[in-house]
Ligand binder design. Structure first.
Ligand code: BMX
Length: 279
């Protein structure tokens, strides 16, 4: 009665066999951006070969927009997916089993709600990684479709997507503009060593995330905002955000906490959703 749970992100794909008791096995393969969805799914099927016959359904948590079983990119810079790719039909044909699909951050948000930092309460989940994804659980219900696509929010008059001013991709590009050939991890290391150019980049990203959290509080008033993702969980980032998030007036700032399930949030969330919908 296990589920094959798959998390296709902008840089890597995680394939796991997940039972009600938890993760039985997992393997990570790179998402080769230039290959396209048919190849990404072939790589999933190849990774899942050792578990054939052990799972009764497939759950997919994918970066991008999912609606009525069709998959599209919102920001091709995060991953280029052709419009209305028939994800569910392709996966059900590939495995001969029923499948469900959600946006990756929505699935991860459900995972944190059901098994992680949410402790069964409502929450808004933010993952700051290749892009900025979000999952919203209100009155115990996970919002689907476009809900949570905070990375695509416009962050100023220049109409740039918020995630194109915060994500790991932006940090590396910003560092390059200052003559530093480094990736986001190295920007955080330089910031930890009090290098001004790096502190400015990290502080700028934290300011924009704090502004997003304040807006989320005023729009949805969630009991807590749970932050995950490689950038979100980088050392000192959440602490910086907490210091910048105070809303106007006497309103206490929204509680901001660290995601607990790490890279497993998406597969644990989608497996729980698949069990509820398919079994
Ligand atoms: C983008 C968008 C979201 C996704 C988020 C985080 C695409 C391809 N993706 O905003 O659907 O949830 O990035 O993606 O438009 P991740 O790969 O960083 O988890």
């Amino acid at each position: 009665r296990a589920i094959l749970a798959v998390d296709i992100g902008g840089t890597k794909t995680l394939v796991a066999l997940v039972a009600a008791s938890g993760i039985i096995g997992e393997v990570t393969v790179p998402t080769r951006r230039e290959d396209g969805p048919d190849h990404w799914l072939d790589a999933v099927a190849a990774a899942a070969l050792p578990w054939r016959g052990q799972f009764v359904g497939v759950g997919l948590a994918v970066t991008g927009f999912v609606r009525n079983g069709l998959w599209s990119a919102m920001n091709p810079a995060t991953l280029g997916i052709p419009a209305d790719y028939p994800l569910i039909a392709k996966v059900e044909a590939l495995f001969g089993l029923p499948a469900i699909a959600f946006n990756d951050a929505q699935a991860a948000g459900w995972g944190e709600h059901a098994l992680g930092a949410g402790q069964g309460h409502d929450l808004v989940f933010l993952t700051i990684s290749t892009g900025i994804g979000g999952g919203i659980v209100l009155q115990g219900h996970l919002l689907e479709g476009l809900a949570g696509h905070f990375g695509l929010a416009v962050d100023g008059d220049d109409n740039l997507f918020l995630e194109d001013r915060v994500s790991g991709r932006w940090m590396a590009a910003e560092a390059r503009r200052q003559g530093q050939e480094v990736d986001a991890r190295q920007v955080f290391a330089a910031a930890a060593a009090s290098e001004t150019w790096a502190l400015d980049i990290v502080e700028g990203a934290a300011r924009r995330v704090a502004r997003l959290c304040r807006n989320i509080q005023l729009m949805l008033d969630p009991p807590r905002i749970v932050i995950g993702g490689g950038i979100g969980l980088a050392n000192g980032f959440i602490e910086r955000v907490r210091g910048l998030v105070a809303p106007p007036g006497q309103v206490p700032p929204v509680s901001i906490c660290r995601a607990e399930l790490g890279v497993h949030a998406g597969i644990l969330g989608i497996a729980d959703l698949a069990r509820a919908k398919l079994l």
